[in-house]
Design a protein around this ligand. Structure first.
Ligand code: ME8
Length: 511
């Protein structure tokens, strides 16, 4: 039992929510639910990144004010997260007054600590990535090296943060804490980046060029660089900086009760540098603790539009929700991607993963509930468990090890293996044969009690990834709530009235 604070990136309010955003947010949701089930007091943060040139431009194109665009998109993101069963505790927007005050306070703190100076910037700016790139990074074709978009040469007055001063401290932090940036490929990538001298970071833009941002407190002709603004959301939501207390620059020395530092920042590999270099050095400059972990996952590649006989050319798994249900899509995304690596969506793999749900977990639930109904009038027999104890304990331990180590795919594979083992147990016990012999009654009681108990354990293990289906299974087993991990040991389900219902994962007509 403890507390657990985790974040997703705040997504640009310039575009519609898509599969990539959904993946990170579901990943965070699974971890949040897992930690709640482990008894932790969880703060799960997501939101939108409302400022910057890109938003300003898209709003202009659409004939809206930037705030109108952001309001509209924040609603779209929130609706998308409701549809996907996301249980975030807070949805932050960088246009909130509290956030603007915290950004101002953080900048003043850096200024007071002597880490900010004014200078001229000459460089190549990508609006797509909202960042500058060096001559070397853009190469001879002069395109942004991440998405290949255009870059523009800019010469202007900016404020700079003395990021270069923190290079050695950052390298030491990464080297001394091998699990700080995961997976290891990303950690090596960041260390590689730090092989070259770290430059200072431009943290403002002239208001004459970009008006849509947070003014620099001591120079309102400049607005805060959108990444500094955006990254600070993690501190705003934690309550570590009280904007009221900092107005007169008091309160800095007295840490407020807060959720800072964050336990894990989740993101895609595209934004590892901003999170693993800019952000920690800014925190160092402001005397704030570093986040405990930075996890950058891989890409979903949905490029393969190969036609599939079964699902047509559905190239976005989110579109499969209508037919297969939200939980099946969440299952696919979490089970299929090796956390950290890239994965390619194909309809064939989706169907394979759905069949796994239907034939193993769904089948176990259906046959167990049906047998309790048929042989014991729908009441779980009062009998000690008679098997599967070793398999259950091993599955729960493997699952918890995997989720604690952010290997979600492995944890859910362990849970599915337990369902597989339970189906094997049904085959060896042959409850239908026991039901025919009067002397088989005790063994049948033990068998059904064991299976019912295993289903409760599975509801607990699958709840983080499939909250709606797990809750439904819990209700059919007569449970008001799905138990926490600590409640699983010695849990008694005997005497509960069960309900069979329709299959949890029905056969889907693909015609
Ligand atoms: O970068 N596969 O916002 P953004 C997996 N506002 N994940 C993907 C993905 C894909 N194909 N495409 C996008 C920003 N993502 C900034 C963040 S945070 C202080 C500011 C996910 O709307 C992934 O999490 O471009 C990636 O990092 C994020 O969306 C980028 O979202």
């Amino acid at each position: 039992m403890g507390s657990f604070y985790l974040s997703t990136p705040i997504y640009y309010a310039s575009g519609e929510p898509h599969l990539g955003h959904a993946y990170t947010t579901i990943l965070a949701d699974v971890l949040a639910r897992y930690h709640r089930r482990a008894g932790d007091d969880v703060l799960f943060l997501t939101g939108t990144d409302d400022h910057g040139q890109k938003i300003q431009e898209v709003a202009e194109e659409q004939g809206l004010t930037p705030l109108e665009l952001c309001d509209r998109m924040a609603e779209r993101f929130q609706a998308a997260w409701d549809d996907l069963g996301i249980s975030n505790d807070r949805f932050i927007r960088t246009t909130e007054p509290e956030h603007k005050a915290v950004v101002g306070a953080l900048l003043e703190r850096l200024y007071d600590n002597g880490f900010i100076y004014e200078s001229e910037y000459v460089g190549w700016y990508s609006v797509g990535q909202e960042r500058y790139f060096t001559e070397k990074e853009i190469g001879p074709d002069r395109v942004d090296p991440i998405a290949g978009g255009p870059v523009t040469k800019i010469r202007e007055k900016n404020y700079f943060f003395k990021m270069s001063l923190f290079q050695d401290r950052l390298i030491e932090q990464i080297e001394k804490n091998p699990e700080w940036i995961v997976p290891a490929t990303r950690r090596n990538e960041v260390l590689g980046f730090l092989n070259q001298p770290l430059e200072d970071l431009s943290i403002s833009r002239p208001r004459s060029r970009i008006h849509w941002g947070i003014p620099i407190p001591w120079d309102p002709d400049q607005v805060t660089y959108v990444w500094v603004d955006a990254l600070t959301n993690y501190v705003t939501a934690s309550g570590a900086i009280d904007p009221e207390a900092t107005k007169d620059r008091r309160g800095f020395g007295d840490p407020l009760p807060s959720r800072w530092p964050c336990d894990v920042h989740l993101m895609g590999k595209d934004i590892i540098t901003t999170h693993a270099v800019y952000w920690p050095t800014l925190l160092m400059g402001a005397n704030l603790a570093l986040p405990r972990k930075i996890l950058a996952h891989g890409w979903w590649v949905v490029g393969d539009t190969k036609m599939s006989k079964s699902l047509g050319n559905v190239v976005d798994p989110l579109a499969l929700r209508d037919r297969f249900g939200t939980d099946a899509v969440r299952w696919y995304l979490m089970r299929e991607m090796v956390t950290g690596q890239d994965a390619s969506y194909t309809p064939e793999r989706f169907l394979t993963r759905y069949d796994e749900l239907r034939n193993i977990f769904g089948n176990l639930a259906h046959r167990t509930l049906s047998m309790i109904k048929r042989y014991r009038a729908g009441t779980v027999p009062a009998a000690p468990s008679g098997g599967l104890a070793v398999e259950t304990a091993a599955a729960v331990a493997a699952y918890r090890r995997a989720l604690d180590g952010y290997r979600l795919h492995e944890g859910f594979a362990a849970a599915m293996d337990l369902a597989r083992a339970a189906n094997g147990f049904v085959e060896t016990q042959e409850p239908w044969a026991l039901a025919r012999e009067p002397e088989g009654a005790d063994e049948l009681d033990r068998t059904l009690a064991t299976l019912a108990r295993t289903l409760v354990v599975l509801a607990c293990l699958f709840e983080p990834v499939m909250p709606a289906r797990a809750a439904e299974l819990g209700r059919r087993l007569g449970l008001a709530n799905i138990p926490l991990f600590e409640e699983l040991d010695g849990m008694d389900v005997s005497g509960r009235a069960v309900r069979v219902g329709t299959p949890l994962f029905p056969r889907v007509d693909l015609g």
